[in-house]
Write a protein that binds this ligand. Structure first.
Ligand code: COA
Length: 425
């Protein structure tokens, strides 16, 4: 977690007028965490166990928490993580919006809208050009200017349906490691992989402690975390965190493996870890939750159609400081574009911006020149990491400009790999 951002003072308590009256919006104090979490319990329909709440309290940045208080009662919550986001050719500080909830008794009266305004003030004060989130429902955040910047791909496959086009040796350079070793080596591999793929988020110690705390209630009937590590010449080049489920039907093994996170620094490491999973005896089915859309495994399998896949929205991005965000990344080809951003929720953050960028870097500044493209923050957020297409937004009537301007923007913004975010928050 970038400590530079932890010391910044959040916006002081702000009083917002919402349709039910005047509401105080502020950060919580540590002794208010239980009351804060009880809003999530009522909103997301679960009873938080003590160990879960303790784990959440440790990972949340309380100075970035948000609570909406109506006449002394907490009715809405939110918060942010201070991340560094990998963008094409660089990194940018980014706020990860989290814990958004409004009590069922107080919905559709503008509580979330007020909390979003508070959040964007905080993001601006901390000079983070980008706000990010993962959405519970895809209908909520477009109105606040967020676009889908990465996709999660989940798949399942019967183990016996999988034969590999390129064979390796069973057990090649893959070992099972214990939790203590995992705590040391997983963060190193993850940090090594982060610069290559736009959409990766920095994970500080608190986040790793949370991710590996492996509470019973998080296992969903599967085993505790298991860790497979691929090493070459003493260097850790890839890991798989997985769980298994022991199921038998009429004397036949129907065990499952849930491959929770596979991160590799080389294609050889990635292939070896998949071969390890697919060679595990008694396993009938292998599942994943969140894999990239451009998955190496497709090319390793003789019958990739056997992967039964679902694609869902992953990371949503919202540029809060457009010129800073656009200048922080690199572009695939040299180009010059004037982009006008029409921003209905934060009109002062819109305007016309001249972007001059290429593989070696970029500059972006305000301009009065005529725009090549007119976009809204949703389209810009969706295209920012190289995943979305300006031409497709234009075809849908959501970006204005000449075809060739949209094509140039797509060529400039695209990157060598599809953006992907393995992190949940
Ligand atoms: C999503 C949630 C936080 C919205 O809070 P809220 O205070 O009701 O939102 P607001 O009153 O500020 O709504 C602003 C607008 O968004 C719309 N909207 C907000 N949430 C919506 C939803 N889930 N479905 C459809 N429309 C929604 C409102 O209708 C309103 O539209 P309008 O401006 O045209 O009237 C609340 O419904 C909730 O707690 N849901 C369950 C938990 C959840 O999904 N949290 C998000 C986690 S990522």
């Amino acid at each position: 977690m970038p400590t530079a951002f932890l010391t910044v003072i959040p916006p002081s308590s702000v009083v917002y007028a919402v349709t039910l009256g005047v509401m105080d919006i502020r950060a919580i104090t540590p002794d208010e965490f239980r009351a804060y979490a009880s809003v999530w319990e009522r909103t997301f329909n679960f009873d938080g166990k003590d160990d879960e709440l303790a784990a959440e309290a440790k990972v949340h940045e309380l100075d970035r928490s948000i609570v909406a208080v109506d006449d002394g009662t907490f009715v809405g919550t939110g918060g942010s993580f201070s991340f560094e986001l990998t963008v094409p050719g660089g990194v940018v500080p980014a706020a990860g919006l989290t814990a958004i909830a409004v009590l069922p008794t107080h919905r559709r009266r503008g509580v979330l809208t007020s909390m979003m305004r508070y959040h964007f003030e905080d993001v601006q004060n901390r000079e983070e050009p980008v706000s990010l989130l993962r959405a519970s429902e895809s209908v909520i955040y477009g109105r606040f200017g967020y676009g889908v910047a990465t996709y999660d791909s989940s798949w399942k496959i019967g183990r016996r349906d999988a034969s590999f086009t390129v064979q390796g040796q069973i057990g090649e350079a893959v070992s099972l490691i214990d939790l203590d070793r995992a705590k040391k080596v997983l963060p190193e591999v993850y940090a090594g992989a982060a610069p290559a793929t736009p959409g990766f988020l920095s994970r500080g110690k608190e986040i790793w402690d949370h991710a590996l705390s492996d509470l019973e209630s998080w296992r969903g009937g599967f085993t505790s975390n298991r860790f497979a590590l691929f090493e070459e010449d003493g260097a850790a080049l890839g890991y798989l965190r997985y769980r298994a489920k022991d199921t038998w039907e009429q004397g036949l093994p129907k065990n499952e493996i849930l491959a929770a996170e596979l991160i590799a620094l080389t294609p050889q490491a990635e292939a070896a870890l998949w071969r390890f999973v697919f060679s595990t005896d008694l396993v009938d089915e292998i599942r994943t939750q969140n894999r990239p859309t451009d998955e190496l495994l497709d090319l390793l399998l003789a019958e990739p159609r056997r992967l039964v896949r679902r694609r869902t929205d992953g990371l949503w991005a919202r540029l809060v400081d457009v010129p800073a965000a656009l200048a922080a990344r690199r572009y695939r080809v040299e180009g010059r574009l004037v982009i006008e951003v029409v921003d209905p929720f934060l009109p002062d953050h819109g305007g016309r911006f001249l972007l001059e960028g290429g593989p070696d870097g970029a500059v972006c500044r305000w301009t009065t020149d005529e725009p090549d493209l007119v976009v809204d923050p949703v389209a810009l957020g969706a295209c920012y990491l190289g995943g979305g297409s300006f031409a497709l937004f234009r075809a849908a009537g959501r970006v204005k400009g000449e075809t060739k301007a949209a094509q140039l923007a797509d060529t400039m913004f695209s990157w060598h790999v599809q953006p992907w975010c393995p992190h949940y928050f």
